[in-house]
Design a binder for this molecule. Sequence first.
Ligand code: AMP
Ligand code: TRP
Length: 377
Amino acid sequence: MLRGSKLSVFRRYVSKNTVINTDYKLGSADLPHDAVVFSMVQPTGKFHLGNYLGATRVWKELCEMKQPEQKLVFGVADLHAVTVPKPDAKEFRQLRHEAIASILSVGVDPERASLMYQSALPEHATLHWMLSTLAPMGYLNRMTQWKSKSNLKEDREASDKEIGAVKLGLFSYPVLQAADILIYRATHVPVGDDQSQHLELTRTLAENFNKLYKTDYFPLPNTLLAPTKKILSLISPETKKMSKSDPNQDGVIYVNDTPDEITRKIRKARTDSITDRFNYDPQARPGVSNLINIVSGILQVPIQQVEEQVSKFSNYGEFKNYVTEVVVEELRQPRENFQRYMEDPSYLESVVTKGTAEAQEMTQKTINDVMKIMGFR
Ligand code: AMP
Ligand code: TRP
């Protein structure tokens, strides 16, 4: 059933392009005064520089720019996290706490944004079911995540046995993600590049629902991408994005790594021996370009400006010292904040209680409306 998707059949499902690439300053995205912004991270471990530059720092900036009528909801996707089994309940509980502490530690303001755990709002799962009735298996089959998380390779046919072992929850992961977004009737979703595919599906499901019930109830959410939408592994910048699950952890800088760890990892970062002058050329020089991109993202200045700055260095030592300084300085505060928040569980609890109540007003209204539109009420 999951086999043999023919692209042409699915062309009609490809929604119109609503991807907003933001500039170095997020203000350029110019969100409408009544935007509803929604995003989540999985509680699968510590945050790394990719999560930070691709997503959570953008959330912080959205808090800073928030206009009175805008709504911001950020969450911990704990239901998604169990699509890769988490048999140790104690550890899982800890990961959930850490995720909230991490979101706060990068500066997301709980007075301006509602923070919550996905599992505390059952309306997400209810809408997931409704949307699953509209989600074509062929479309889900083309999504890449269930394949990568099942260790199936894109470039070869998987065996029946391998496909037969894939769990339904992992396969329908993107439908739950669509429900997460649509339950808030979100208009803007700030994420990294790897989530673009899931956002496309979300727009398709919103369109399918609207068409079927002859309504315009669900807005088609925009994908909000930062210029640092794809931070690469320091060790394999030509092939891999920075990822928690990377077996080579030297390629991953965590937001709460110590300055010594950051220094060591950047020193080991793969570069090249093309020249000991430094310029941005992602094709020919993926390692150097990734480091330049990281600096540009942190300082929020154009790549060219970083290129000018680093062009004066004449060896890798100087270049890497500079990158290290920028990264260490940027992560100092989040690292300290994280320790502080983890020592204050009752504060974390209070933030989530408030955020959940605010979110619930929105989710209950949507599910009531959807039930009415569909004829359940
Ligand atoms: P996850 O850790 O998979 O829950 O991802 C949380 C957020 O970080 C999502 O918006 C991802 O798109 C984003 N993200 C994850 N890895 C990277 C990366 N290497 N570069 C940029 N953004 C990323
Ligand atoms: N799939 C996202 C990730 O791995 C997490 C996520 C779940 C999400 N639901 C979402 C992101 C809704 C944005 C909107 O990072």
